[in-house]
Ligand binder design. Structure first.
Ligand code: DX5
Ligand code: ZN
Length: 227
């Protein structure tokens, strides 16, 4: 289980998207978080398959595609073929989570399950074994720049416990309101994949990415978890 800072391009300057991504690459980042929104599961629309296809031609980063859409099963093939490395779907969004996760694996991608703040960790009880990662939303999905919801900290902790008790090396991703203050809380609780949108792309992208990455590395050093 490695630690990753995962910049969310939702907060990037889309006019300069290539340059923004180059800056996080120069900061030594390995994962890129790509938010897909359908205007139904969440109130607004973001980007789609053509963006992922274009980025794939230009970047070798690990593409972490977070699908905030109803019935995501219909989108899996397209995003896998566009170049996603990880596809995460919401437990609340479709009728057949099991089948969707299996399809993601069949298409050669890692599979993630996302939980909205109000969705209990207990929905994972049976299906957890099919997930490579669980994304704990720490804001309500749909927009960048929101405030971290404090009760989510305990969900992260309980999920890490659940994974440990099953001997599972689960990636736990957190998404929403993560910045230079809240990052310590989620690391302590057991998250290891840290999404940050505004905290990376507002201001000096490269310096922000380096600063957050530095905090994660220091945490790893202090806890002796670096591999
Ligand atoms: C919100 C998205 C997030 C968003 C996070 O629905 O899933 O990935 O970009 O933005 P910040 O880090 O600004 O809260
Ligand atoms: Zn996201």
């Amino acid at each position: 289980m490695g630690y990753q800072l995962c910049p969310s391009i939702l907060a990037a300057d889309f006019w300069n998207l290539g340059d923004e991504i180059r800056q996080v690459e120069e900061a030594g980042i390995q994962w890129l978080h790509i938010d897909i929104m359908d205007g139904h599961f969440v109130p607004t629309i973001s980007m789609g398959v053509p963006v992922v296809t274009s980025l794939r031609k230009a970047s070798r980063l690990f593409f972490d595609v977070h699908i905030m859409a109803k019935e995501p099963a219909y989108l899996v093939d397209e995003f896998a073929e566009a170049g996603a490395d990880m596809i995460t779907v919401h437990a609340e969004a479709g009728v057949d989570l099991d089948r969707t996760l299996r399809r993601i694996h069949e298409k050669g991608c890692k599979a993630g399950i996302a939980l909205n703040p109000a969705t209990p960790v207990s929905v994972l009880e049976d299906v957890l074994e099919l997930a490579d990662m669980v994304l704990v939303m720490t804001v309500n999905p749909g927009f960048g720049g929101q405030k971290y919801i404090p009760y989510c900290t305990d969900k992260i902790r309980r999920l890490r416990e659940m994974a440990k008790s099953r001997g599972k090396e689960l990636d736990i991703e957190v998404d929403g309101g993560i910045n230079r203050e809240t990052i310590y809380t989620v690391l302590e609780a057991g998250a290891n994949v840290i999404v940050a949108g505004s905290a990376v792309f507002r201001g000096d992208t490269r310096a922000n990415a380096e600063a957050l990455k530095g905090i994660i590395e220091e945490y790893e050093d202090n806890t002796g978890l670096r591999r």
